[in-house]
Every structure is written in C-alpha cells, then in structure tokens.
Design a protein around this ligand. Sequence first.
Ligand code: SAM
Length: 337
Amino acid sequence: MISVLRLGHRIPRDRRITTHVALVARAFGADCVLVSTKDSVLERSVRNVVEKFGGDFHISTGVSWRKTLKEWQGTVVHLTMYGERLKDALPKIGKKNLMIVIGGEKVPPEVYDIADVNVSVGNQPHSEVAALAVFLDRLLEGNPLEREFGGRMSIVPSKKGKNVIERAAELPSRRDCLEALREAGCDSAVVEHCKRVSRLAKKIASLCGADESLCELGGLLHDIGRGRTHDIDHGHAGGQILQEKGFPAVLAGIVEKHVGAGIPKNEAKKIGLPAKSYVPKTLEEKVVAHADNLAEEGKIDLLIDRMEERGLPAAAKRIRRLHDELSEKCGMDLDDL
Ligand code: SAM
C-alpha cells in the first residue's frame, strides 16, 4: 500500500495542483491520496478520472494529517528540498506500507520529525507534483507506467494522433429508451417511426457486422430530439437530451449524427449548430443514419430526388455515398431490404 498525504491544500487556489498530485499518484503507482483539507469538488474530479480510466485508486479529503501520520503502520517519507539526497535515501525505503508526505507553501516543522526519512529530489525548490513523480518513478523503477488500468477508456499508444478505445458502457433497455422518448415529449407518430428505424437498423447491422444492440437502441432513440424541435437541429438536440439523461455517450453520438448522411462542420456552423462535424463515423452511426434515410421514402432514389429538389445536392450526394458504402458492406442493395 502506497499512500500520498497532501498537506496545505487551499481552496480554490490549489485545486488544480492537488488534482495533478492525485493523478500523478495514481498514474505512477500509489494506491490512494489523502488531503488534509475537505474538498468535495476535488474528490469528485479525481473519482471521475478513476471511473473513466480504471484502477482502484482512492481519494479522501479532510483527513487529520497528525492523526494519520501517528497511526501509520509503516514508513513515512517526507519529500522536501531540505531532505537527504534521493539516491542515498532510496535503499532505506521499502515499497510496502509507505506514506509519502508532500507539502504546500509551508510544512509544519513537526512533519520533519515524524517522518522516518526526509528526502529531496534535488536540493532546489520546484514542485510537489514533480517531486512525487520522480520519487515514485525511481522507487518503483518505472513499472506502473506499463500498467493496464482496465478502465472504460483506454489509450492505444500511437506515433501520431489520438487513439482511444471506449468500452461499451452498460446499455439501457428498450423499455428505458421508450420511456425516454415519452419523457422527452415525442408524439406517437415519432415513436412509431423510431420503432421502424430501430427494426431496420438492427437488420442492416446483422448484414454488415455492426453492433446490433447499439443499432437497435440508437434507431429507437434517433429522433428523441423531436420532443424539442422538428428542425434540422433535432439530431443535436437529441444528443443533448441523452447526455442530460446520463445515457451512454455512444448512443448520444449515434443520435446527434443521424440527420441525412450527416452534417459537416461548415454546414453545421451555417445553421447555427455548435461548430463540429455531425457526420457519422462509426459503423453503427452510419447504419442508424441510413436506416432513417431508408425509412423516409422507401427507396433511396426517391429521397435523393427530393433532396435535390429542395436545393440540397451536397446532402443528396452524401446519402448516395452512404447508401453505396453500406450496400457493399451488406452484400446487397439496401433498397431491396
Ligand atoms: N519550502 C518547501 C519545502 O519544504 O520543500 C517548498 C514548498 S513547495 C512549493 C511544495 C512542496 O513541493 C514541498 O512541500 C515538497 O513536498 C515539494 N518539493 C518542492 N521541491 C522539492 C524538492 N527539491 N525535493 C522534494 N520535494 C520538493
């Protein structure tokens, strides 16, 4: 058990640095951080990271530092620029039941006495975050940096760009989705249309190897935004409703990108949506968007003609491309479904 005791946390001034202390403690191999000042905002933000990225790191705030140190059954190491050199101290420090104390502006003199070892990471003033990172890294020989935390989100090391895997969060039931449509104010015509798109999306998913449950539920929820608006921004509104309701982000993503074959960032900006791309990227996003297109007119050519008549040739082209892409993946013309 490696604990970090953070002294002298001032609200709100030190929130950011103490958050960094906690995140460094977690990433570099400690099991918990104890903070001498009560701060529930800090607790929540650290727990959010743990909930997302995994591991069983623990945070407690408002702990009595004196009592904690006196009762600690193990070694107490105090990191301070005045301490003995890290390389001289390390051989004396075991990895079991270790309490690492770091300070803020001023550390009470008593801490120097209670500590079994006062250790400096270079005898220059710098930062508790740096001191903690270097100390843990030397003590544990870098091993925690290779650790798998097993969280909902995990990062695939990449030479360029960001590659993040988000494991499927627990999905709601069909009943939860229908209830959500009702609560959002969708009328029965919208609900019936959602059920139809859900059936179609599930069928397409089974043909092209997309996640059937995601497509079924995404289809069921795709028009939830129509409880607020029937305008082109109903996809965006739907994503917001799902976020507010705490539905998995993966479903909110499907819903906000379902309009036509998506809305690119420049067009989104023009129609007053927050400037980002609403073009479906994942296979499930594409399947639900296109199930909605197919449900609209029955045949894709009819929908495309209608889009062109309405002066939306670019959107019509995107729908054609999506139709061809998914038809190829499904091994059949989706018009014949
Ligand atoms: N005068 C303080 C001291 O005792 O090191 C410096 C305060 S510094 C802003 C806050 C904390 O960073 C310190 O309490 C200590 O835990 C850590 N720290 C800063 N420089 C350090 C160093 N060279 N070696 C070890 N810890 C250091």
